[in-house]
Design a binder for this molecule. Structure first.
Ligand SMILES: [Zn+2]
Length: 390
């Protein structure tokens, strides 16, 4: 089967266009999981759901008021509910935060403290300073936190850690300016949010007959809140479904397909997959992760991790057959990070160019930008790379 582009586009259209947001444990996420399972079963694969408890969080209403006047604010993801009013204290550095008495104050975090999203507690990439910021906030336990977004005109949540239990909101830069200039005045934060018991699921598909060493092809199917996630990562999930359909015609290729369910908000959900192996490198020949492909304004990239020299050389020759694609530096993130630290040869297929922060994780990551030709290129390339490991 060829003409991958059209087929992948149909899957992307279904996941991002018809289903839309697939935030972990939310209804759209489970609908997407059902669709993935259905396609895989049609290919004759056995599908296993590795289910992990994870809360289904949503907010119904958020109000921020400065001296009685409403301001623009969004609740941070996983924020507990609250209704608090207290004088506001602007804080721009770790030193200011560590020195502040926040028992009866609401801190407005800006500058250095919100130059990046607050790092989740379980993150392996968190720096010492990142940990100290989280620790100081938890020790001081202010009634609520206001975070000022570091980019003009952007408004995604700056705190999104289900283990961080202080209520918080994010405000756009313009509102941050008003707040900073109103230090000491009373600000009121009301968040009506709910966190219900739910499940996250990694979906794992293989042929009944497949045993022993296999090549893992993976992509995450979850999204951030408030985005259809067409590029990130309906594209990768759609590509994997198309490869499942294509490989159904090549039963001799030993593949295991993994649709990760927690990439955006939970490392532990995705890590649960690799944790099932005693010695992952003995069972997994190679891993190929697809995260973010098919954007019309981006360039298809392949990064290598722990790939033996001979295979890397052959892979480079394959990439040369696709003049629109290129090799790129290794980038330690996403779901390929579970494999190469075990010495498993790993490839990450993605795209570079247009800055991700401009559109990924926002409502702008929609179908409009997705190009069937770019999808075709990435999937055709992936299929040829898989065969190097057989
Ligand atoms: Zn992604």
């Amino acid at each position: 089967m060829k003409n991958f582009g059209k087929r992948v586009y149909e899957h992307v259209q279904h996941l991002a266009g018809e289903i839309g947001c697939r935030m972990i444990a939310a209804p759209g996420y489970h609908t997407a999981g059902g669709y993935i399972r259905e396609v895989l079963e049609k290919c004759g694969l056995d599908v296993e759901a590795q289910a992990i408890d994870f809360p289904y969080w949503f907010a119904e209403e958020t109000r921020l008021e400065l001296d009685g006047k409403p301001m623009d604010a969004i609740p941070n993801v996983f924020s507990p509910p609250c209704h608090a009013a207290a004088p506001l204290v602007p804080l721009g550095t770790l030193a200011e935060l560590e020195a502040a008495d926040l028992t009866c104050c609401i801190p407005v975090l800006y500058g250095y403290l919100t130059r990046e999203p607050l790092t989740v507690k379980e993150a392996f990439y968190a720096s010492e300073n990142d940990h100290r910021v989280v620790q100081a906030l938890e020790e001081k336990r202010p009634p609520a936190i206001i975070a000022v977004h570091p980019q003009l005109h952007k408004r995604w949540a700056l705190i999104e850690d289900c283990q961080f239990t202080i209520p918080s909101v994010t405000v756009p830069a313009g509102e941050g300016l008003r707040l900073i200039r109103s230090a000491g005045q009373t600000v009121s934060v009301k968040i009506c949010s709910q966190s219900k018991a739910g499940k996250a699921k990694n979906l794992i598909a293989r042929r009944t007959s497949a045993a022993g060493k296999r090549i893992v092809l993976c992509a995450h199917y979850d999204t951030k809140i408030d985005t259809p996630g067409a590029w990130d990562n309906a594209s990768g999930a759609g590509a994997l479904l198309t490869l499942a359909e294509s490989l159904a015609e090549s039963p001799s290729v030993p593949v295991e397909l993994v649709f990760f369910g927690g990439e955006e908000y939970s490392m532990s959900v995705d890590q649960a997959y690799i944790n099932r192996f005693d010695r992952p490198a003995e069972d997994i020949l190679a891993a190929i992760n697809l995260d973010g492909i098919g954007h019309a304004l981006k360039t298809t990239t392949v990064a290598f991790f722990e790939v033996p020299a001979a295979i890397e050389q052959a892979a480079r020759a394959v990439i040369r057959q696709f003049p629109g694609a290129m090799q790129t530096e290794p980038w330690p993130a996403s779901d390929h990070s579970w494999f190469y630290p075990h010495g498993i040869p790993t490839l990450a297929i993605s795209q570079g160019g247009l800055l991700n922060l401009d559109f990924a994780h926002t409502p702008d990551d929609n179908l409009e930008w997705i190009s069937p030709e770019k999808l075709e290129e990435a999937v055709d390339l992936t299929e040829k790379l898989i065969r190097l490991f057989v």
